[in-house]
Design a protein around this ligand. Structure first.
Ligand code: HEC
Ligand code: HEC
Ligand code: HEC
Ligand code: HEC
Ligand code: HEC
Length: 261
């Protein structure tokens, strides 16, 4: 096994699972091992040191995800914001000398963090096991939205695990990414849908071109979806998704080494 899974000090549960004998027994063992951990359950909603509200900041105020999760399109890891990012609006005297709610009891942990210089201790909600390789920028820069993996965060008041990131969840999309792909510039617009986008009057030409492209593919016997205004939202998504997958040469791999060392 050593050459199959090199440099894997943190890989023990995975190795045990693989080496236990039959794959079925191994997977069952690993599932029961991890399933006992409450942090893995859908719905997991830990108390946070500050009752920070995405629906208010990203929804009502309209802040872009990257304002706070500024590495999400630049590295594998999506960072949480430092206290200074909040202080830009909430510190006394900030934001045109208003200091939005700077005395609020809800912001006590922010004031403490700014005074002590120690980070705010947010509790992680989504946390992949160490033996899984994951990369944010590889997804968001190829047209996979936060929405596909974290749900409607812009309407969420208290973060909870809205979707389980199981292996089946990852593989479902790696096998059929066309159900999720969108133009990269709309990755951070969590309300975006292919049907609303393609039926806007200004995108009429684009829809015509897309249909012509699919007609040609249909004639060649390739996977294709022709659209009319009455097509379902999922047909619109699939039609555009196939186009984006082909034209951007998107190939989400399914070999074990894609996600495991
Ligand atoms: C004003 C800053 C800010 C903005 C804007 C913001 N977030 Fe957050 N986000 C946070 C903070 C702080 C946390 C950690 C506290 C919490 O979970 O509530 C967080 C947590 C998260 C988490 C959970 C991380 C974990 O622990 O697993 C996800 C997912 C997330 N944000 C996605 C988004 C998305 C998507 C957007 C854009 C629609 C967005 N955020 C906009 C500040 C922000
Ligand atoms: C761009 C400015 C801006 C940034 C940056 C910002 N906020 Fe806010 N925040 C607001 C506004 C606006 C409100 C709503 C104030 C109101 O209700 O009058 C608010 C409200 C709040 C409240 C509710 C306060 C209360 O007493 O009702 C909390 C808690 C909060 N923000 C936490 C945070 C945290 C934590 C961060 C950093 C991760 C952050 N905010 C970053 C603008 C901002
Ligand atoms: C393809 C699925 C996928 C997409 C798309 C995705 N995420 Fe994540 N996200 C994950 C996974 C998996 C984790 C857990 C990663 C880990 O534990 O290292 C995570 C974790 C996070 C965290 C927690 C980071 C931490 O260290 O606490 C934040 C914040 C986050 N994502 C924000 C976003 C934002 C914002 C977007 C969109 C711009 C986004 N994610 C898009 C799958 C995704
Ligand atoms: C909604 C669709 C979707 C989901 C869900 C998803 N992925 Fe992906 N993944 C993609 C796409 C698309 C790419 C980019 C492929 C390309 O660049 O051609 C990708 C690329 C990757 C890469 C980079 C591979 C490389 O070629 O370097 C890794 C690693 C990865 N995914 C792991 C994961 C893991 C782990 C999960 C589950 C936690 C996951 N993905 C969930 C669609 C998805
Ligand atoms: C697209 C990413 C991806 C690919 C490809 C992938 N895995 Fe996984 N795998 C995961 C994720 C994510 C988990 C963690 C699931 C969880 O925490 O619930 C996982 C967990 C596992 C586990 C632990 C048991 C379990 O199901 O939770 C085993 C064993 C495993 N994978 C074997 C494999 C093998 C063998 C392959 C190749 C045939 C493979 N994986 C390919 C993402 C992937």
């Amino acid at each position: 096994m050593a050459n199959l899974f090199p440099s894997s000090a943190n890989f023990l549960p995975f190795k045990i699972a693989i080496c236990i004998g039959t794959a079925v027994a191994g997977v069952a063992l690993a599932v029961s091992y991890y399933a006992t951990d409450k942090t893995l359950a859908v719905g997991y909603q830990p108390d946070q040191p500050i009752p920070y509200d995405h629906a208010l900041h990203a929804g009502v105020v309209g802040m872009d995800c990257r304002h706070c999760h500024s590495f999400v399109d630049k590295s594998g890891h999506a960072n949480l914001p430092s206290a200074n990012v909040c202080a830009n609006c909430h510190a006394a005297g900030a934001a045109n000398n208003v200091g939005v709610k700077h005395n609020s009891p809800k912001l006590k942990a922010l004031r403490d963090a700014l005074e002590s210089g120690k980070p705010i201790r947010w509790v992680k909600v989504w946390d992949s096991p160490d033996y899984v390789k994951f990369d944010h920028s590889a997804h968001v820069n190829r047209g996979v939205s936060c929405f596909s993996c974290h749900g409607d965060m812009h309407k969420t008041r208290v973060v909870y695990k809205s979707k389980a990131h199981t292996m089946a969840f990852c593989l479902d999309c790696h096998r059929n990414p066309e159900k999720h792909l969108r133009p990269v510039e709309y990755v951070y617009d969590l309300d975006w849908t292919a049907k609303v986008y393609l039926t806007k009057p200004e995108n009429e030409k684009m829809l015509e071109k897309l249909n012509t492209w699919h007609e040609k593919r249909a004639a060649e016997g390739k996977q294709s979806v022709a659209l009319t205004e009455r097509s379902s939202p999922s047909s619109f998504q699939k039609s555009l998704g196939i186009y984006l997958k082909e034209s951007h040469h998107i190939n989400a791999k399914v070999s074990c080494q894609t996600c495991h060392n």
